[in-house]
Design a binder for this molecule. Structure first.
Ligand code: NDP
Length: 280
């Protein structure tokens, strides 16, 4: 483990910890951000065994680490580990950004990342929209508070395992109009924006939900991303949705929020998204 934390001469050290993590584009993204400000930093992807997160974090911190991103399956561990957390992390009960000082501060930037991608990059205001979120896992949990803060008319969380959606929606019910449902329950309902927060696309699958959800949709957003349009984006297009996006923009925007938490300045994201698209 100690070699992993040997970053050479004193530079600011950051990393993303996850399992799996080798596919992560975060090191590349943070290197491009740092270049914009002339900041000298080291950012690595560190594979951590399940059960070893807390030990890995203390090792990283002891070797001078300044901050960490945390990805699947450790966001909940990071939430428990932090001494102080942001409102977003509190609502999500999950942390994707840790800052090491006298205390450990935890934030969750996934929601702000999604909002920035939809409202700024895609250019669609979420205010007063009927939003369907498909999926009720960590990603849905991380973004629900931010989505509700934009004043949508309603949010429906539809999940393969219905109880999970109901439990999640209940947790946020004091923040806005949000309900949980099974995938079958939304049959015949209309939405302005459909956000796929399920991991189905990662296996080239579609959620078993009626394509009628797209009848009035202005946007189909898939949090997953790959080398081209995801199966979900293709399905939305074949059902008449003209505007769709994958999750690459969200990835870069949430990273920009983390960068801002660590360095106090927010990088430009458009050139980074462009470059990643060209290189993928
Ligand atoms: P989780 O494993 O926590 O949750 C997976 C969710 O997907 C569950 O709700 C699960 O339903 C549902 N699901 C899985 N397979 C299917 C299927 N075939 N049909 C219908 N529903 C399905 O994963 P995360 O929430 O962490 O991640 C979800 C997606 O979001 C992934 O694609 C991930 O890559 C992406 N993501 C993107 C980010 C970005 O920055 N772009 C950031 C974070 C996540 P059930 O409860 O029934 O099992």
């Amino acid at each position: 483990m100690s070699d992993l934390f040997d970053f050479g001469p004193a530079r600011m050290m950051f990393a993303v910890m996850g399992n799996p993590v080798s596919h992560s584009r975060s090191p590349q993204v943070h290197a491009m951000f740092a270049e914009q400000f002339g900041i000298d930093l080291e950012y690595r992807a560190i594979h951590v065994e399940v059960g070893g997160f807390e030990q890995a974090v203390s090792g990283f911190q002891a070797s001078g680490g300044a901050g960490l991103n945390v990805t699947v399956p450790f966001k909940r561990n990071a939430w428990r580990l932090a001494d102080d957390i942001s409102v977003d992390a509190h609502l999500a009960k999950a942390v994707n950004t840790l800052v090491f000082g006298e205390q450990i501060y935890g934030d969750n930037t996934d929601g702000l990342g999604l909002i920035a991608d939809i409202e700024i990059n895609v250019g669609l205001s979420l205010e007063d929209l009927r939003i369907l979120v498909i999926g009720a896992g960590g990603a849905a949990q991380g973004v629900l508070g931010s989505l509700l803060s934009k004043g949508p008319r309603s949010i429906t969380v539809a999940n393969r395992t219905k109880d999970r959606a109901k439990t999640l929606a209940k947790r946020f019910s004091s923040t806005g109009i949000v309900r949980g449902a099974g995938l079958d329950d939304v049959h015949g309902e209309l939405f302005d924006a459909v956000i796929n927060a399920s991991s189905a696309s990662l296996n080239e699958q579609l959620p078993a939900i009626s394509p009628e959800i797209f009848a009035e949709a202005k946007l189909a957003y898939d949090m997953a991303y790959g080398t081209g349009p995801t199966v979900f984006q293709q399905w939305a297009k074949s059902n008449g949705v003209e505007v769709s996006a994958d999750g690459l923009g969200m990835l870069v925007e949430q990273a920009a929020e983390s960068f801002s938490v660590w360095h106090g300045c927010r990088p430009e994201t458009a050139p980074v998204i462009d470059r990643l698209r060209r290189e993928s």
